[in-house]
Design a protein around this ligand. Structure first.
Ligand code: COA
Length: 325
């Protein structure tokens, strides 16, 4: 068995659905402004659940969907930019909740591209080790890192988690992928860490622990990397855009997808979108979308799907999938 397939999917969101109108009661904004600029109408906001709690619930659902016991998981990866703690990894906390006692567990920090990076790393590790099953989870509690007085960012994001079980197989599943980062633009989107301070530091460096973003720069970056990543993956696999059944983009903003679709000369309906309900859930957005599509019966055997992500780092990447089950 040389191939890797996605064998199960799951998602979890907190029950607290917050509409644009509800936000306009807290900050100076409106449903009209948010929806017309982003395509977002609501988002789920945690009332106390942390990233690991949501990750574990999505992971358990994916295992159930794949009919695989937690003890059969060899590798557990959590993609997140909002970990519970600096250390241990969120993946180790999730391991303790769901009991994947035979797995090695670690986090990937690639923000909204994290799930794409996670699939790539899991596939490589399954291929080079004696692993049969990996659980890859994208999970975020972004609401704890937002500045709720900054209307240009707090309206965009939501909390949640999505998960996929990857299994070694004779069937073709994850066909190819392409991941890149552009570190020189790291300041475009940040969530700061601890202050740099100790008895040896003469003047304390105060870090901004809230999410800060250059929205315009990210907007341009996103369109360009969606188009380039999709073209590159098509070219590398000798495929035409018409061979693809669905493109599942990172769910940041409907206008980004509309521009990208226009540049690619592809019908917007080829892009699956659900940011209207969930907002931007960063590393969770692509696995939540995949899980939604699975629940709706949209993933048919041998469908060709491209996942494409972009985000803080800056990072980006795409994965070409043959839906194998
Ligand atoms: N409600 C009402 N007005 C708001 C607002 C809000 N939530 N947020 C910003 N505004 C105001 C601004 O203050 C500004 O007012 P001014 O002209 O009086 O100064 C005006 O709206 C326009 O702001 P601007 O930033 O130019 O809006 P925009 O049309 O560029 O849209 C984003 C802003 C954030 C929606 C857009 O840049 C974007 O989506 N970028 C990509 C962000 C993203 O997806 N990040 C995640 C990547 S993973």
């Amino acid at each position: 068995m040389k191939e890797v397939i996605i064998e199960g999917l799951g998602k979890y969101t907190p029950s607290n659905l917050v509409t644009n109108d509800q936000l306009s009661e807290i900050i100076d904004t409106s449903d009209e402004w948010i929806y017309s600029r982003t395509g977002i109408k609501s988002r789920y906001i945690s009332k106390g659940e942390n990233t690991s709690d949501m990750a574990a619930k999505a992971g358990e659902k994916a295992l159930e969907n794949a009919n695989i016991s937690p003890l059969d998981v060899d590798l557990l990866i959590v993609a997140t930019c909002t970990p519970d703690m600096f250390t241990p990894s969120t993946a180790c906390i999730v391991q303790s909740i769901i009991g994947t006692d035979n797995a090695l567990a670690f986090d990937i920090s690639a923000a909204c591209s994290g799930f794409i990076y996670g699939l790539d790393v899991a596939k490589a590790m399954i291929g080079s080790n004696n692993y049969k099953h990996a659980l890859v989870i994208g999970a975020e509690n972004l609401s704890k890192s937002l500045d709720w007085e900054d209307r240009s960012t707090c309206v965009l994001f939501g909390d949640g988690a999505g998960a996929a079980v990857l299994s070694k197989s004779d069937n073709i599943g994850l066909i190819s992928s392409f991941c890149k980062s552009v570190g020189e633009k790291y300041e475009c989107l940040t969530i700061g860490g601890n202050d740099v301070d100790s008895p040896f530091v003469e003047s304390k460096i105060i870090r901004d622990s809230k999410l800060r973003m250059d929205g315009g720069e990210i907007f341009k970056f996103a369109i360009s990397v969606i188009v380039n990543s999709i073209n590159k993956i098509l070219e590398e696999n000798n495929l035409d855009i018409n061979d693809i059944d669905y493109i599942i983009p990172h769910q940041a903003n409907v206008r980004i997808i509309q521009y990208a679709a226009k540049k690619l000369k592809v019908d917007i309906d080829k892009f699956y979108m659900n940011m209207e309900e969930y907002g931007n859930t960063s590393g969770a957005s692509i696995p939540i979308a995949l899980s939604d599509m699975n629940e709706k019966g949209l993933l048919k055997k041998d469908s060709k799907i491209i996942l494409v992500g972009f985000g803080a780092g800056l990072t980006y990447g795409a994965t070409l999938i043959n839906w194998a089950i």
